[in-house]
Structure formats: structure tokens, C-alpha cells
Write a protein that binds this ligand. Structure first.
Ligand SMILES: O=C(O)CCC(=O)C(=O)O
Length: 301
């Protein structure tokens, strides 16, 4: 996507908890200075062990992964694989590496950047080369650890949500590299953060930041989600950590009702009052955009 502004993901090395909280993580909730960050981290793991692990209670299985095949043999041409681990009760329980893959969990050193009670889930992921995950956001902070293989990650600021043609938590723009701009003309206005994760890298994906992943090689990774809002803000029936906070869902439902009421008016009145409402929403609810950072465009290195 040549027309989009391109931004580097800031890279940090030897990050400890203090550095993470001071330099990478916003110190206050709702801070305008959020940006994703990649860093080298203490991530350990080998593909052979990942394949040999005995998943308990997995509903997403890769059958050939259990036959001791190599990564190359596992990935037959024209077939794509994606494993995303789930909890024991897939509808209620978030994934936890320590419960579903206890042997692998011993090898994986989860960085203690957050308080233990903020922990939500740790998700084991395997992807075949070329596998691309559509652009979406999650509602929790997320550390994505690349254990083996290389992965490209493209990120967009929540402030660019208007340009991403959203349906729920996903962008309708599936091809983010050679996008059909006749169909999605606003997409060029989104600023594109891009980085390549190498084995051992850890990417901090703040809540609400859009991300799109492309496995450049067969890859194994783990990501860990943390809650940073008060616990009651989150939907209790959300094992994936991607349901909107309770108040956001209520606001969206109420907007649907409001739009239904507007339909009682003739089209030109609907248009006028919809514009007035947009203005009121902007004035009341947008963060003030006083600095470049507030637009989500950080150039920190
Ligand atoms: O690593 C991937 O393939 C997807 C990661 C992802 O979507 C996430 O961490 O939320």
C-alpha cells in the first residue's frame, strides 16, 4: 500500500518491567501516547518441542502435527494451517498455556510486566507459511511472542478506525497490500505501522490497536492478554478477549435504537441530524488532538 503513510514500530532491547511501564506502556488509562512496540525478549522454545507437546482439551487440532512430521511435511502445498489454543470449556474459559500445554509452558518465560491479577489468557498459535490473519482489534493489552519463524505484523492506530471499513472488530479490507482503492478510497488515510517479528521478539499490541499478521515462515508463537480496565468493565462471557467492554456494547446498542428513531424523518432531515450528532459525538467523546502523538503517529525510536 504505497499511498499510506508508513511508520516504524519503535524497537527496544533489554526491556525490564520498569522500562516497559515507563517508556512503552502508557502510564494512564486512556493515554493518547499509545503505540505498539517491539523488543527482544526472553522467549524460549523449539519447534520440535512444540510439535511434540500433548495438548489437553484442544478443540483446534492440527492432526498431522501429532505424527512427528517436520514443519515442511506438515505444510502440504495449497493447504494452510492455523492453530489457536482454547480453554478447556471453549465457550467460557480463556486459553492458558500452563493448563493446555504444561510442558511447553515450562519453556516459555512470560514477562512479568503486569500484575498477576491482570492476567487474562495465554494463547498458543501455530501458522503455516503465508497464513494471514485479517485486520482486527482486541479489547485487552497483548504481548505477542514469536518463538520460531518470521511474521510480518501491520498495525493501525485506533484513531484511524474511520478509514478501515469496520464490521464489528474486523476491517473489511482484506488485501492490505494491493487494496482496491475504488472500493475503499479512505483506506489510504490510515497510517501503516509495520514490523517483522523474528524468533525471540515480543510485540506489545495495546488494546484497540488494529493488527494484521502474515506468517512469512512456518511459525510458533504465544500471546498473552492482560486486562487493564476495572474487571467489571469486561464482558464476562468472553473467552477470546475480543468482546467490546460492557459500556461500549450498551452505547452501540443505544446508537442502533437512535438510528431507528432517525428513520422516522425524511432523508434530508435524517442526513442533517446525523451530521449534528456526529459533531456532538466528536466534541464530547473524541480525545483532543493537540499533538502529533495524539493522532497515534509516534516516531519514537
Ligand atoms: O500471531 C497471529 O497470527 C495473530 C495474533 C493476534 O491476532 C493477536 O495476538 O491478537
Amino acid at each position: 500500500m504505497d499511498c499510506q503513510e508508513k511508520l516504524e514500530v519503535p524497537v527496544y532491547t533489554d526491556v525490564d518491567r520498569e522500562t516497559f511501564l515507563r517508556d512503552i506502556y502508557p502510564l494512564t488509562s486512556g493515554s493518547e501516547a499509545r503505540a505498539p512496540g517491539a523488543q527482544c525478549a526472553r522467549v524460549d522454545g523449539e519447534l520440535s518441542r512444540a510439535e511434540g507437546g500433548r495438548p489437553r482439551g484442544q478443540s483446534a487440532r492440527v492432526p498431522r502435527a501429532q505424527d512427528g512430521l517436520s514443519a515442511q511435511e506438515l505444510c502440504v502445498q495449497d493447504e494452510s494451517y492455523y492453530l489457536r489454543s482454547l480453554g478447556e470449556d471453549v465457550r467460557k474459559e480463556p486459553a492458558d498455556l500452563r493448563k493446555q500445554f504444561p510442558e511447553l509452558a515450562e519453556d516459555f518465560d512470560i514477562p512479568q510486566f503486569f500484575e498477576p491479577e491482570q492476567f487474562f489468557s495465554s494463547v498458543f498459535r501455530i501458522s503455516s507459511p503465508g497464513l494471514q490473519l485479517w485486520t482486527h482489534y482486541d479489547v485487552m493489552d497483548n504481548l505477542l511472542a514469536q518463538v520460531t519463524g518470521r511474521k510480518r505484523v501491520v498495525l493501525y492506530s485506533p484513531k484511524d478506525a474511520l478509514y478501515l471499513y469496520l464490521t464489528g472488530d474486523k476491517s473489511e479490507v482484506l488485501d492490505i497490500d494491493t487494496t482496491d482503492l475504488q472500493r475503499y478510497p479512505e483506506f489510504v488515510k490510515a497510517s501503516r505501522y509495520e514490523c517483522i517479528l523474528e524468533p525471540g521478539d515480543l510485540l506489545f499490541i495495546p488494546a484497540l490497536w488494529f493488527h494484521n499478521t502474515l506468517a512469512l515462515q512456518f511459525g510458533v508463537g504465544v500471546n498473552v492478554f492482560w486486562r487493564h480496565l476495572p474487571p467489571e468493565s469486561y464482558d464476562k462471557k468472553d473467552p477470546y478477549g475480543n468482546k467490546d467492554p460492557v459500556a461500549a456494547s450498551r452505547a452501540l446498542q443505544s446508537l442502533e435504537r437512535t438510528l431507528g428513531i432517525l428513520e422516522e424523518l425524511p432523508p434530508d432531515y435524517q442526513d442533517f441530524y446525523a451530521r449534528c450528532m456526529v459533531l456532538r459525538i466528536q466534541n464530547r467523546a473524541y480525545l483532543r488532538q493537540t499533538t502529533e502523538a495524539s493522532q497515534g503517529n509516534l516516531h519514537t525510536t
